[in-house]
Design a protein around this ligand. Structure first.
Ligand code: DGL
Length: 276
């Protein structure tokens, strides 16, 4: 069981920021990554659709025999984490909880900004999760959807004039609210850390939900006695539902190395297959 891979899924390439952080934190763990590139973006879709996609993605990973699932998509986490917990009998961690807990821990002024996709912001899931982590403490949360950040990252425009203009437009209202902590509540945003940090101001603490998730993945594996101690070299397998070439190009840029194994697959119907 311990030598089985960790399953990570996202709507596309964004979850690779989580894989990158997990690989750094847990270099002996193998990973199977699924990017649902045929149906990306999730961030503009309805709860019912996102939930259905997330169940199919998770079922695909379970069929592959993973020992735990990391939901590396903030939108899927916000919309479907309760449903996934009900449906699947493997340890499951979603990016939402670790990011929220870390933001609650690091804020000093109790003024937290959250940036994410439209669907995540509309769900209010981060507000609730941060509120739960703060208990009796009263925190002010200022949320903002930043939909253009996703295509900008995918086009590799992580530090250009246009990115700075858009960042200014999105982040100026949060700066005016005098937030002291900014939660990057979308998988793509850690790749814009420099521009986001310079735009919001050096004093604001940036919470990278990918890094927070890697830390909690390690803690969960330890708690469950699932750390790989076989000494075998870790392997990384990548699956996508479409456009493997584009994924390959962007993934190499994010991970900084060629992919060992990349395969295009279909995931729809996997939830039903599992039950038949
Ligand atoms: N992975 C998504 C998230 O973290 C961003 C891309 C999308 O909208 O699917 O919210």
């Amino acid at each position: 069981m311990n030598s089985l891979p960790i399953g990570i899924f996202d709507s596309g390439v964004g979850g690779l920021t989580v894989l990158r952080a997990v690989r750094k934190r847990l270099p002996d763990e193998s990973v199977i990554y699924l990017g649902d590139t045929a149906r990306v973006p999730y961030g503009t879709k309805s709860r019912a659709t996102i939930e259905r996609y997330a169940v199919e993605d998770a079922a695909f990973l379970v069929d592959k025999g993973v020992k735990m699932i990391v939901v590396a998509c903030n939108t899927a986490s916000a919309m479907s984490r309760e449903r996934l917990r009900q449906e699947f009998n493997v340890p499951l961690l979603s990016v939402l909880g670790p990011g929220a807990r870390m933001a609650a821990r690091v804020t000093r002024a109790d003024r937290i900004g959250v940036i994410a996709t439209e669907a995540t912001i509309e769900s209010g899931a981060y507000e609730r999760a941060i509120g739960e982590s703060c208990g009796e403490r009263r925190v002010e949360i200022f949320s903002r959807a930043c939909p253009l950040f996703v295509p900008i990252v995918e086009e590799g425009e992580t530090d250009s004039e246009i990115t700075r203009l858009i960042a200014e437009q999105y982040l100026a209202p949060l700066r005016e609210q005098k937030i002291d902590t900014l939660l990057l509540g979308c998988t793509h945003y850690p790749l814009l850390k420099r521009v986001i940090g310079e735009t919001i101001g050096a004093k604001v603490i940036l919470v990278d939900s990918a890094e927070a998730t890697a830390g909690e993945t390690a803690a969960l594996l330890e708690r469950e006695g699932l750390i790989n101690q076989t000494g075998e070299e870790a392997s990384y397998q990548f699956y996508v539902t479409d456009a493997a070439k584009r994924f390959h190009r962007i993934a190499e840029r994010i991970l900084g190395e060629p992919l060992e194994h990349l395969e295009a697959v279909e995931v729809w119907g996997h939830d039903r297959l599992e039950r038949d």
